[in-house]
Write a protein that binds this ligand. Structure first.
Ligand SMILES: [Cu+2]
Length: 155
């Protein structure tokens, strides 16, 4: 008798997840179309926010630079670059080594030079090598619009 009870109990547990899914499906079908679309859009937005990513572009690489003269830039808490101003010489080829000291992903991009390290996860390092342009340019994190820095040039 007790064996039978136990068995029926375990059977009920096995089917519990199926019942939850079925209830959710029924509830979803009974929801007005507008609300359903909002729910789908919300889930899609969450998905986008959860996977910050960008594709590498230009002369970039993952990991630390072998160049002892690489310019060090850190990505720090509060969505900022440190330092946020680099003073460089026009025409010089430089390597910037970015280290993500923050807990969220960032990237380092100079849009006018088509340069982007791609996603740099927390505690990761990446490098970007480029020729310093004739005029000053902004560098940015494409994930966070307020996360910017500037390259000032001297001739
Ligand atoms: Cu960022």
């Amino acid at each position: 008798m007790s064996v039978v009870q136990r068995r029926s109990h375990s059977t009920r547990e096995t089917f519990e997840p199926m019942r939850v899914i079925e209830k959710a499906r029924v509830a979803f079908r009974r929801t007005p179309l507008g609300v359903r679309l909002l729910a789908v859009a919300g889930v899609a937005l969450l998905g986008l926010a959860a996977c910050n990513s960008s594709e590498p572009a230009g002369d970039v690489a993952r990991g630390a630079s072998s160049d002892a003269d690489a310019i060090q830039v850190a990505m720090v808490e509060g969505r900022a670059f440190d330092p946020d101003t680099l003073n460089l010489t026009t025409g010089e080829e430089v390597t910037v080594e970015v280290t993500n000291n923050d807990s969220t992903a960032h990237d380092f991009a100079i849009e006018s030079l088509d340069l982007n390290t791609g996603t740099v996860e927390a505690d990761e390092v990446a490098t970007a090598t480029f020729t310093v342009p004739d005029e000053g340019v902004e560098f940015i994190c494409t994930f966070h619009s307020d996360m910017t820095g500037r390259i000032e040039v001297k001739q």
